[in-house]
Design a protein around this ligand. Structure first.
Ligand SMILES: C[S@@+](CC[C@H](N)C(=O)[O-])C[C@H]1O[C@@H](n2cnc3c(N)ncnc32)[C@H](O)[C@@H]1O
Length: 182
């Protein structure tokens, strides 16, 4: 049987631990770390029509898998924004090891405090309430024609240009991707 929406389950598991941690970083946490399977990463970037030379942002970049594939396989300039210090350090190490320093930048900061006006594509794997917080920022900053791809949770209030279902990510889980154009 296919499983769906693994992120909410992760929230239930992680929430008590998060609630017990002090610090501003955790106060601003919009979602726990839950990586997108590689097969789904590629489908997100294809759906987002990412082209060589374009600039993309991943909001909450985790271990850097989306920005790394965006640079390595799609030839984009890729920027990850991540609040978790350990994930920032790990992803920067990977970027360096792969020799992608000129093509990938990892910002250690809050998604809600960045400038996305240079983005051709934005990828998002956050929670529905987080998407609601991000939406006004993107509406204000994104240039005309920029694309947004949301994984599993849509951007409520926006009409998707395309919706793609992935029945099996190779581990028996299904996923839904939403493409938006500004
Ligand atoms: C569900 S994971 C997605 C990771 C990656 N984008 C992927 O799809 O594999 C969400 C990520 O967002 C990060 N995050 C949560 N709130 C954040 C915030 N306010 N600013 C920056 N990163 C944040 C988490 O630390 C986590 O790595």
């Amino acid at each position: 049987m296919m499983l769906r929406c693994v992120l909410p389950c992760a929230v239930l598991l992680v929430a008590p631990a998060v609630a017990g941690q002090a610090g501003q970083a955790e106060d601003n946490k919009l979602a726990p770390y839950y990586p997108t399977p590689k097969l789904v990463v590629e489908r997100m970037l294809k759906l987002g029509e990412l082209k060589p030379g374009e600039t993309m942002f991943d909001l909450g970049s985790g271990d850097g898998r989306i920005v790394i594939m965006a640079a390595k396989k799609f030839g984009a300039y890729a920027v990850g924004v991540e609040i978790d210090k350990d994930l920032v350090e790990a992803s920067r190490r990977r970027v360096k090891k792969l020799g992608l320093e000129g093509k990938v930048k990892i910002i250690h900061g809050d998604i809600l405090q960045q400038d996305y006006s240079s983005a051709d594509l934005v990828t998002i794997y956050l929670l529905p309430t987080s998407n609601e917080k991000v939406r006004p920022l993107l509406e204000k900053q994104l240039k005309k024609g920029a694309r947004v791809v949301c994984h599993d949770f849509d951007m409520s209030g926006w009409a998707p240009d395309q919706v793609e279902h992935i029945e099996d990510d190779g581990e028996g889980r299904s996923h839904t991707l939403y493409l938006y154009r500004r």
